[in-house]
Design a protein around this ligand. Sequence first.
Ligand code: SAH
Length: 229
Amino acid sequence: MNTKDPDNDHEDGPIPEISRVKIIELIMLLRSNGIRDTRVLAAIERVPRQLFINPAFAHQAYADHALPIECGQTISQPYVVAYMSELLNVNDRHKVLEIGTGSGYQTAVLSHLARRVYSIERYRTLSKDAETRLQSLRLSNITTMTGDGIEGWPAQAPFDRIIVTAAAEHIPDTLMDQLKLEGIMVIPVGKSGGTQHIIRVTRGKEDFKFEKLHEVRFVPLVPGKAQQL
Ligand code: SAH
């Protein structure tokens, strides 16, 4: 039996008209707030954010703020997704590691920019739901895994780019080690519940360069695979 709800089947058809208008408004807002990278803006334009949120918040799908998702986590604010993607300076030759799949929204945006995206989430429920969504959008250059992102993904290392979408108190050495020479990592650093800043780490021949950038607020990076599903 085919249990698919035709109203929920976004696999082939275009995004509904109402969303198109809202996406364009969001793109204009992101531009006016300083996002200049046209590849990033085009990638955001291609991802229907309403598919990544609880239907109860559908009317806020293209508002520029974070929203709650399952397991007490959040889908990031579109501006922060755009800003971090811009800082990452990803191109279609890059292999990207993402820590904190959450809803999979940032993953979907990155999949339009990168050659391949590996994404780790500590909650199995979130990881599986994100995988289903990403597959329904036919984004075939993504591999997801449930696990502890602090360990990185040694079997696939090194990476051209690493993005962490949960706040770390310290930048994990394991992730620095898995960054290629000339590679870039973007990670929010600071106490959970307190002030965090986006840090851009660039790996040079001799050492790492650290730039402290925008103030942000993320859910914490928590060690270990979640016990709760
Ligand atoms: N980019 C996501 C943001 C999700 S919030 C989105 O836009 O939807 C951050 C996510 O990081 C949460 O889902 C949380 O469970 C996850 N996380 C926290 N610590 C982690 C860890 N050590 N390994 C993997 N995922 C982690």
